[in-house]
Unconditional design. Structure first.
Length: 215
């Protein structure tokens, strides 16, 4: 059950934040810290056909499904968007996102660049944020150090980087992850600024409206 916002008893639709990054940019680490800072955000858990890594949990990091189940989601129109990335498929479920927005909760999503652009088409007010490293060398070093990929998968991820970086221009914000805490602080500032812009952290102005209405 979602609480209602206090604007004349009518829930105010929430914001959508979409986070993308090339593999190795540190997106997951940043997201975990941001969700600690912003427990009010609803994290949209993606569905994927890839195998979980050792530190990933089903229903927390992703919903891990087989191809048959993923095809059923597509057939029923359950995805806002889906795409094939690095030989696995990823999708964003429509129902939990729209439920959260309807009840005034802001949603943060983790998608690839294709998915982010598709979400922007469906939700023009979505805020797209791209995370990257200070240089290609740093990205390559982080990917190698991660040691969670076979050589073939590592090369596949690296080959996708130029195309992902080329889409950076379509994003509203770019966050450089040079130091983790600094990158988290930058993303936190973006979220706070967007909330202020939309009036979601402003106090009620009803008393001022009454006052001005009498003048």
């Amino acid at each position: 059950m979602y609480p209602e916002s206090a604007s004349a008893g009518i829930p105010r639709e929430g914001l959508i934040f979409v986070i993308s990054a090339p593999s190795g940019a540190g997106k997951t680490s940043i997201l975990h810290k941001i969700l600690e800072l912003h427990p009010e955000l609803v994290f949209s858990i993606s569905v994927t056909t890839r195998q979980p890594r050792d530190n990933e949990r089903d229903g927390v990091d992703y919903y891990f499904v087989n191809d048959r189940v993923f095809d059923e989601y597509i057939k029923k129109g359950d995805f806002i968007e889906w795409a094939e990335v690095h030989s696995s498929r990823y999708g964003t479920l429509r129902s939990p996102v729209e439920q959260a927005l309807k009840h005034g909760h802001s949603v943060i999503m983790d998608t690839d660049t294709v998915g982010a652009c598709n979400i922007k088409k469906r939700y023009p007010d979505a805020v797209l944020i791209f995370i990257t490293t200070p240089s290609p060398d740093v990205l390559i070093e982080r990917l190698k150090r991660r040691d969670t990929e076979s050589l073939e998968r590592l090369q596949r991820r690296l080959s996708a980087v130029p195309k992902e970086m080329a889409r950076m221009k379509d994003y509203d914000y770019i966050v450089i992850n040079d130091l983790l805490e600094a990158a988290v602080s930058r993303l936190h500032s973006i979220i706070e600024a967007e909330k202020l812009k939309s009036g979601r952290t402003m106090p009620s102005l009803s008393e001022w409206r009454k006052y001005l209405g009498r003048k």
